[in-house]
Design a protein around this ligand. Structure first.
Ligand SMILES: *Cc1c(COP(=O)(O)O)cnc(C)c1O
Length: 229
């Protein structure tokens, strides 16, 4: 079964890479980016040992979460950009939201989480490549958004996330990963908080991300194969 082989290979690379740079492989979460994949494929990945799944769209994710709700030790993350009007559904269904990137969204997530008595765990997404078309807060506005969100009673910020520009050569992702880690270190320093998570690295560059401190790698095609459009 291809998915099982892919998962085993990726886990092996994560392990070897982590050990090479003196990290504990256990602290790295392999999250399957399951957008466009049907529930059956998710079950196959689960049976291959994956416990974390990341969806991009709230509606599509909820449908699969409902289909698979009998599987208990499965963790659902929202990794795609989030529209403010979907925040109320997102807090109901997702354990960790990787894409907080603006104050209005912090307001809404805080309000909606409060209404259901939840403290919503979030990551702040940083637009490290400062690309027009991408989600994420600009690096220059990160500190302000962080400070703003830190005051929200029903939000718990546990780290940062990024999607660097795509390059064939995975080494070109490295400076962006280093940059995200340094931004995290700086926030910890300024605000005297712990930010354990760095969500970075995808199919083509996750080993580089692990070398630079990733604690969550988000992998789609290397697990499931090419996505059909
Ligand atoms: C699709 C997606 C991934 C995984 O991309 P692959 O290149 O298929 O591994 C990771 N993160 C986000 C936010 C995605 O949308």
């Amino acid at each position: 079964m291809a998915i099982k082989e892919n998962v085993d290979r990726i886990k092996q690379i994560i392990k070897e890479t982590a050990l090479k740079v003196g990290r504990n492989p256990e602290e790295i979460i392999l999250l399957a980016a399951s957008k466009t994949q049907p529930a059956e494929k998710i079950v196959q990945a689960y049976q291959a040992g994956i416990k974390y799944f990341g969806e991009n769209r709230v509606q599509e994710g909820i449908k699969k979460i409902e289909q698979l709700k009998d599987i208990k030790d499965i963790h659902w993350h929202l990794i795609g950009g989030l529209q403010t009007n979907k925040a109320k559904y997102a807090v109901r269904y997702f354990e960790l939201i990787h894409s907080l990137d603006r104050e209005a969204l912090a307001d809404e997530l805080d309000k909606r989480a409060g209404k259901i008595g939840k403290v919503q765990e979030v990551l702040i997404e940083v637009n490290v490549g400062e690309e027009e078309t991408k989600y994420g807060v600009k690096p220059e506005n990160l500190e302000r958004l962080f400070e703003y969100s830190l005051k929200k009673e029903n939000l718990k910020i546990s780290g940062l996330m990024c999607i660097p520009p795509y390059f064939e050569d995975k080494e070109k992702s490295r400076p962006y990963f280093v940059n995200l880690r340094q931004m995290r270190d700086r926030l910890e320093e300024i605000f005297k908080v712990k930010l354990p998570h760095l969500s970075m690295g995808m199919s083509h560059d996750f080993d580089v991300a692990v070398e630079e401190g990733a604690t969550i790698v988000r992998i789609g095609t290397a697990i499931f194969g090419e996505r059909s459009p």
